[in-house]
Structures are given as structure tokens and as C-alpha cells.
Design a binder for this molecule. Structure first.
Ligand SMILES: [Zn+2]
Length: 86
């Protein structure tokens, strides 16, 4: 039987494959805006916006890692902009 869409979701942090009962979280990132959004996988609007980056995360632990990485990037951004070496 064809027509059944099988989407394989892998955690963007640890690479775990999504099972059926896990409560997954998706990090939604817009490349042109400053910010990151975390939503339950079930609440992600479909069809997905092609301008956004969706990153599946297997749970709270990996979501926190994702946020931490994003904050680290933000810190770099502050450092670059605020460093006026006068
Ligand atoms: Zn994970």
C-alpha cells in the first residue's frame, strides 16, 4: 500500500530515532529573526513553513542543550557587536 507517509524523525541533539509514545519537542528557528521557539511536536502547524528550520528534539534534556547552544551563539553575537576595541 502506498500513500502512507512515513516520516523518520531523529533528535537533532543525540540522534535518537523517534518512537511512537515519546513526547518530542521541536525547536523552530527563523533564520532572519533573533529568537528560538520550542513547541510540542504535536502542535507544529502543517504544512511546515519552508522558511523556518525545524529541529526535532527527543525531550527536555536535548531541548535544554539546544537552547544552551543557541544562547552560546547569542553570546558570540553580543561579543562581536559590543567589542569596539577603542
Ligand atoms: Zn535527544
Amino acid at each position: 500500500m502506498e500513500g502512507m507517509e512515513v516520516t523518520t524523525i531523529r533528535c537533532g541533539q543525540c540522534g535518537t530515532l523517534k518512537g511512537e509514545t515519546n513526547h518530542w519537542i521541536v525547536a523552530v528557528i527563523h533564520p532572519d529573526y533573533e529568537g528560538i521557539l520550542f513547541q510540542p511536536l504535536e502542535c507544529i502547524a502543517t504544512p511546515r513553513n519552508p522558511e523556518l528550520i525545524y529541529k526535532g528534539l527527543c525531550g527536555q534534556g536535548c531541548s535544554q542543550k539546544e537552547l544552551q547552544q543557541w544562547l552560546d551563539d547569542l553570546k558570540r553575537c553580543f561579543t562581536t557587536q559590543g567589542n569596539e576595541a577603542a
